[in-house]
Every structure is written in C-alpha cells, then in structure tokens.
Design a protein around this ligand. Structure first.
Ligand code: KG4
Ligand code: ZN
Length: 331
C-alpha cells in the first residue's frame, strides 16, 4: 500500500559552501527535525586552512550519505519534502557546486521546487528557528570565517542593509590566523577561545584598529601578534601562549562590541543579534549580554539555517533551476 502523504511540508536544506557538508530537515514553522554536519576540519588541519580542491572532493563523497542521515534522523523520507533549499553562495565555488548539483538532482528527480539560499542570509535565519525565534527588526552582527558584517535586518526575507563590513580580514579569519601564529590547530577560533580562559587578557595590549564609519579592520592586529611572537624565545612563547590568546581575543571582541554598540546607537535599534562562527565565542557572548546570540550549534556552518532561510526565499519551480549557478562572492 502506498504510504499516505503527510500534510507536513518539510524543507530539506543543504550546505557545502566551505568545509562542512551539512543537511537538515526543518518544518515550515521552524522546528529542526534533524541537523547533520560533517566537518572536514581534520582533513584540512595539516594545511592550516581549507584547501578548496580537497573540500570539493570530500563534499562529493559526503553529500549523499549526509542527506540520507538527515532524512533518517528526522524519521522522514523525500516523500514528505516539499522544497529543497541549498546554499548558492558566497563561498568556495567548487564546494558550492557540489551542494547545488546535489540539490538540483534531488529536486529534479522529485519534481520539487528549489530555493537558492544566500549563505549570509542563512546565518541570519539561524535566529528564526524554534524554540526561541527572533522577529525582525534587529541589528545583526554577522562574524564568520569569511565575513564581518553589521546588518540592518528589517524583514524575514530580502536583503538586509549593510551598515559596516571589514576592510581586510574577517573576524574569524583573524582568529584563525592568530591561532596559526600561536601554533594552535585549525580552525583556530575555538582553540583561542579555550586557551584564552587560562590566560590574562591584560598581559598584552593589542591595538584595535580604528577605521571610519562602522567598518572593521583586523589585519593590523594580526601583524601586532606576529611581532610579539617573533620576539619571544620558544620557551617563553610556550609559557605566554594563554596570555597572548587572551589579549588577542580581547582585542577582536572589543572591536566587534564597540562597532555593534555604535551601530545600535546610530540606527536606534533596540534589538541586537549575533550570528556566524565567531558568535560561538564565549567572551563575545558574555560581552553582549543583552544581544540574542544564535544557539551554539547553529553558529558555525550548518544546513538548518539554510532550510530556515529557504522558508523566506522564493523557490524556483521545477525545472527552472537546472540553469542555476553558484556564486563565489557576495551577490
Ligand atoms: O560561520 P562559519 O562556520 O564559516 C563561515 O561562514 O566562514 O565560521 C567559521 C569561523 C572560523 O574562522 C572559526 O575559527 C570561527 O568561526 N569560530 C570561532 C569560534 N568557533 C568558531 N571564533 C571564535 N571563537 C569561537 N568559539
Ligand atoms: Zn558561514
């Protein structure tokens, strides 16, 4: 007997923009039924960063089992899925193409519509999921490995207005490069976060670059750390590593908090939110006690946030998306 089609219209989300192969099943009202993330971090660690070609190949191996696992964990099947949401950009082009091709194939085989989701709007949409969804308007600090943005979010869908961005490195990139200088593993943000708890943040004062407007700059900070590290004999570097991590982290957090507060003052925003991988940082979360931080599991790349954003993205009907392309930079 044919399985009766349930009334629940589920969204299957796919995310492959960097080094996480992820799939998730989300309900139209924002409940996460499954959220599977297969990180390739270990694969890239020995290179100190993501190797695009390796990432693409690994996505190709993982995407089908990850989708299957997401459906199994949600105790559902493609029969109950009504729309596929996939990250179309920005990100590593080869990595994105794997997710987009997989999403197209699933959608096409099932005659389903496909929603091409912007990765950054995906991060913002991590705030719209149950059990504690946030409603716009709010000011959003998006700090990840690829971007640092202050966004004026006025509505659930659509493109938010960019109030500020980084003029050089992204905040997560600053964490990763700092970690590398300190001889810590990749990705470095979580490592610095952990080590900083054992250090004295006032032992080293790192400068917070001042750039006009609401923009950020982190490259000077990285250079400042490089100079300190270069001058320290190896044994001393070992004993000062935690202090250096604490001072370095404090400078990044200060820059992020200062600018976010300024943006809130300028726009009169009453609600402030923080999303992206760096939003997982414990010092940042503590430094913005009144802000809504994305749930920890949804800070770093995942597909639940992509499925969430798909709810507010106009889906392309079958089979119009076969011509859909991925894009590497902000559209
Ligand atoms: O959002 P995400 O997973 O990927 C991009 O879209 O870029 O962010 C990854 C970034 C990495 O740079 C990583 O070092 C940073 O988020 N990150 C952290 C923490 N956890 C991840 N940075 C600071 N503290 C953390 N606890
Ligand atoms: Zn991301």
């Amino acid at each position: 007997m044919a399985r009766p089609r349930t009334a629940s219209r589920l969204i299957l989300g796919l995310e492959t923009s960097c080094d996480e192969t992820a799939a998730a099943v989300v309900t139209p009202d924002g409940r996460i039924l499954s959220n599977v993330v297969s990180s390739q971090a270990d694969l890239h660690a020995r290179y100190g960063g993501v190797v695009p070609e390796i990432a693409s190949r690994r996505h190709l191996e993982l995407v089908t089992p990850v989708v299957q696992e997401a459906l199994a964990e949600a105790e559902t099947s493609l029969d109950d899925v009504d729309v596929i949401g996939v990250t179309a950009g920005p990100g590593l082009i080869g990595a994105l193409l794997v997710g987009v091709a997989a999403a197209k194939a699933i959608a096409w085989a099932r005659r389903l519509p496909l929603a091409a989701v912007d990765h950054l709007q995906g991060h913002v949409a991590s705030l719209y999921l149950e059990p504690d969804p946030l409603e716009p308007p709010f000011l959003c600090l998006l700090a990840s490995g690829g971007h640092t943005l202050l966004l004026d979010v006025q509505e659930l869908g659509g493109k938010p207005r960019v109030l500020g961005t980084t003029v050089d490195d992204a905040a997560g990139e600053a964490f990763d490069k700092g970690a590398r200088l300190l001889g810590l593993g990749y990705p470095g943000g979580a490592e610095i976060d952990r080590l900083a708890r054992e250090g004295d943040p006032s032992a080293y004062e790192f400068p917070v670059a001042r750039v006009p407007g609401l923009d950020f700059s982190f490259s000077g900070l990285k250079t400042a750390l490089l100079y300190v590290v270069r001058e320290l004999p190896p044994a001393e570097l070992e004993s000062r590593r935690a202090d250096l991590a604490a001072g370095y982290q404090r400078a990044i957090v200060r820059a992020l908090v200062e600018r976010t507060r300024q943006a809130a003052d300028q726009t009169g925003a009453t609600a402030v939110a923080v999303v992206g991988g760096v939003a997982a940082n414990s010092e940042l979360r503590a430094a913005l006690p009144d802000a809504t931080a994305a749930p920890l599991a949804l800070c770093t790349d995942n597909a639940a946030m992509i499925a969430s954003a798909a709810r507010f993205t106009e889906a392309i009907p079958y089979p119009g998306y076969l011509a859909l392309d991925a894009y590497a930079s902000i559209a």
